[in-house]
Write a new protein. Sequence first.
Length: 253
Amino acid sequence: MDYNKKTIMELPEDERPYEKCLQNGPAALSDAELLAVILRTGTRGKSSVALAQEILSQAGAYTGLVGIIHRSVEELRTIPGIGTVKAVQLRCIAELARRIARTPAERRLKFNDPESIADYYMESLRHEEQEIVLCMMFDTKNNLLGDEIITRGTVNLSLISPREIFLAALAWHAVQIVLVHNHPSGDATPSPEDLLVTERVRTAGEMLGIHLLDHIIIGDMCFESICGDRTVWEISPAQLSIDDSAFFQTAEL
């Protein structure tokens, strides 16, 4: 169906997105038709479905529905026919999709189950183009007190000081923590810097009485648990050389 040559009202009734959804259910609609229902209107000389097709076919590293997640309001507004209102609608739909995907994982979340933690953060982190490091805080009964982003966009993870992590943990009165961060490349394989930071935080935590339960790396639909996989957590003494000043700073919190 060439939606560029016809308005929605010129289409046969059973080909119009709204009527098609009512008759056959939303599963019968294409991605462009679903998006057209959200957009509601097109622009001069272009139906809402044609506009949706243009959005989904935008060039870049990410196309289709995933592309909406990776585009900012400003980037969406560069598409002819997409103003501020429609751009905000699209970004809100993307955020709703993330939250819907995360809801079942929230019920399964267990502090001692790396897979449940990875599921909980997968949709939030796997699409991020910057590296994000966050800390989960737990109390003495292993209840999740909350989580906090420690840093965003750090190029070298080894530059993160344990001080930043434990300031957050102490503010939450946590006795146990889990570190979670993403690899924008999509490959969750731990780097030497990941292993080094894990050991630094674990050692500093012992000094403060705050136990590091795990350090989980999120890739694209994959993850690695550093503390849970002893074959991964094998570091030579040279790799474990630690800047003593980082620990003095942490101990003086």
